[in-house]
Design a protein around this ligand. Structure first.
Ligand code: MD3
Ligand code: FE
Length: 216
């Protein structure tokens, strides 16, 4: 049998370099989207989506929850990874098996072996939600990549440079797309433009983004 590496078999994909250190795997997670969404529902049953406050006093338009040993949180005092959910004082839900498997396989497909995330931040966008340009630098080891998975409504991702001065390029991200950000791309500024309204058969009016991280 001929291996159908880049054909239409579920899980088939063509890795597409976006920038040094950043690889897009278009549609890579589409085949497991149902399992990932079921796991999101399960995580959110224990740790509900909430709109957190930034240290500057703004309420984020993106609702977040997460799972793993720690999860990223923000409040009036700052940004950090925290072992317990500040809403409940309980540990975050454990990382669901389909999350771990997908993150590890996608990282390997992008050339990062043995990626074992200890945190997954789950972002939920409704129409009008956006994420302004920022760096992800609250993790301890920037040699570890971040794996991001887009589910549901499409969004326009902004990919900037190592400083705010660099004008970002727009990258469309749709259902099932996975991006692995490592190496020289790891500290680049990025954001997400305001989500347009729409309807997706699996997620309704929402876009979800999973970011798998090695925080500790
Ligand atoms: C590029 N999330 O949660 S994922 C975030 O779609 C975040 O919800 C966005 O930025 C979202 O922090 C974008 C893509 C992403 C994640 C991490 C990166 C791009 C990155 C780290 C370095 C460079
Ligand atoms: Fe980010």
């Amino acid at each position: 049998m001929t291996p159908d590496l880049f054909g239409d078999t579920p899980g088939a994909f063509a890795p597409e370099p976006l920038a040094p250190g950043a690889v897009v795997l278009r549609g890579y997670a589409a085949g497991v989207a149902g399992a990932l969404l079921a796991a999101i529902t399960e995580v959110a049953a224990g740790a509900p989506f909430r709109q957190m406050k930034t240290p500057g006093g703004y309420t984020m338009s993106v609702a977040m929850t997460g799972c793993g040993e720690v999860c990223w949180v923000t409040d009036q005092t700052g940004y950090r990874y925290q072992a317990g959910d500040p809403l409940s004082g309980q540990p975050w839900p454990a990382m669901p098996e389909p999350f771990l498997r997908l993150a590890g396989e996608a990282a390997a497909a992008a050339g990062y072996r043995d990626f074992i995330p200890d945190a997954c931040l789950i972002n939920r966008y409704c129409p009008g939600s956006r994420m302004s340009l920022h760096q992800d630098r609250d993790e301890r080891d920037f040699d570890q990549p971040i794996v991001s998975v887009s589910l549901g409504l499409p969004a326009t991702f902004q990919f900037g440079g190592e400083t705010r001065r660099v004008r970002p390029v727009n990258v469309p991200l749709s259902h099932g797309d996975v991006v692995v950000w490592g190496g020289p791309a790891r500290l680049r500024y990025h954001g997400v433009l305001r989500l347009k309204q729409g309807w997706h058969p699996l997620t309704g009016e929402y876009r979800y983004n999973l970011t798998f991280r090695r925080a500790l």
